[in-house]
Ligand binder design. Structure first.
Ligand code: PMV
Length: 368
């Protein structure tokens, strides 16, 4: 054997002696990398999610805030989700986007709408620890902005879809708080059925819970559409003017009593007491609206015609009462037994263009 051959032999021997050690180190390194990747993967958002939420009709109304930015209301409220009406929203976080984009009913949204959506997305991004923009697609199966609270179902669906897409597992109370920051009444579209929003005094204490399941009471909301034109003064602006009415403090001071009456009537399915408190609460809110600066008058002649007719029908034995949000359309709440008659009668009133009907609806939920 030459000296060179002895050297080669020694090098090969050394390599073969160390190779199991080297393999082991490589394996450990690979495992460490894979493990690390798993940690990173679990921190990454699932990226896309689709949620459905129903609008709701308030029986005891929310009007005015103690904190406008967080939408902490001056008083608690009670509502019912509306089953056949829905907003379906898909949120996708995409690395390639340099800003949030929003399609509303298949049309690019206004800058103001995008800003409002981005504010909610910012809260989600902050909690999830991500820095990625999102594309949001949202569709309603009912007319937008005409007294059917489209912002309620829109922000409830957005809160759920965005949280899920960002990998958060928020519970219903947390989603209700988040939805509230987009639109106060959206906090009530997160839980299902008949819902109470506890006014609270800060972000933590202001959220909504279900007080009875949708099956609890066979009520029907017959929405008399007298106009599907977008309202002139939106509720965000309206809440800010509530304190300019000298009636607002009286309305707010009496709210706990009305909440108790409504909760009780709902739980006992006492239509007579329910109807009285629902109409009283509605009239108080509209009295505040009309006496604010500037005055907000949402009613049209056909709105009053429906209110008048409903009161007459009830005095003749029909179980029906009215309530109206920040728009001209009238929600006629009636028992399922009387709903057919109510629809027929509503359609005979001049100015009523059509009637939408909805039964008590479930909670916001994921569909993809
Ligand atoms: O959630 P907002 O800001 O759209 O306010 C809703 C206000 C009313 O619909 C008039 C009353 C209510 O409680 O839903």
């Amino acid at each position: 054997m030459t000296v060179e051959e002895i050297k080669d032999y020694a090098t090969a021997f050394k390599k073969s002696m160390w190779s199991p050690v080297i393999d082991l180190l490589n394996l450990r390194g690979r495992l460490a990398i894979e493990k690390n990747q798993e940690v990173i993967d679990s921190q990454m958002p699932s990226k896309t999610a689709t949620a459905v939420a129903h609008p709701n009709i308030a029986f005891i109304k929310y009007w005015g805030n103690i904190n406008h930015e967080l939408r902490i209301p001056t008083n608690g409220s009670i509502s019912m989700n509306l089953a056949s009406l829905e907003t379906r929203t898909t949120v996708t976080f995409e690395e390639s986007l340099d800003k949030d984009v929003l399609l509303l009913n298949n049309e690019p949204a206004t800058d103001a709408a995008v800003t409002r959506v981005s504010q909610l997305l910012n809260r989600v991004r902050e909690v999830a620890g991500i820095d990625v923009h999102a594309s949001v697609e949202s569709n309603n199966n009912f007319p937008t902005g005409a007294g059917i609270a489209s912002s309620a179902s829109a922000f409830a669906a957005l809160a759920l879809a965005a949280s899920r897409a960002a990998g958060l597992n928020s519970d219903s109370d947390e989603l209700s708080r988040l939805a509230r920051t987009g639109s106060g009444s959206a906090s009530r579209s997160v839980p299902g059925g008949f819902v109470e929003w506890y006014a609270g005094e800060d972000h933590e204490t202001s959220y909504a819970n279900s007080i009875a399941a949708p099956e609890h009471w066979d009520l029907v909301d017959c929405v008399a559409i007298v106009s599907d034109v977008h309202k002139r003064t939106g509720s965000t602006q309206g809440h800010q003017s509530a304190d300019s009415s000298l009636l607002q403090s009286a309305r707010v001071a009496d709210a706990p009593r009305r909440l108790e009456l409504c909760r009780q009537a709902l739980l006992e399915k006492d239509f007579h007491n329910f109807a009285e408190v629902v109409e009283l609460d509605n009239n108080l809110m509209h009295a505040v609206m009309m006496t604010s600066k500037p005055p907000l008058i949402y009613w049209q002649p056909a709105t009053l015609a429906v209110m008048d007719a409903v009161q007459e029908w009830r005095s003749n034995g029909l179980e029906a009462c009215y309530t109206i949000d920040a728009g001209p359309n009238v929600h006629v709440i009636c028992t399922a037994d009387d709903s057919q008659k109510v629809q027929e009668k509503l359609l005979k009133i001049e100015g009523v263009k059509k009637v939408l009907t909805a039964k008590p609806g479930g909670p916001a939920h994921l569909v993809g």
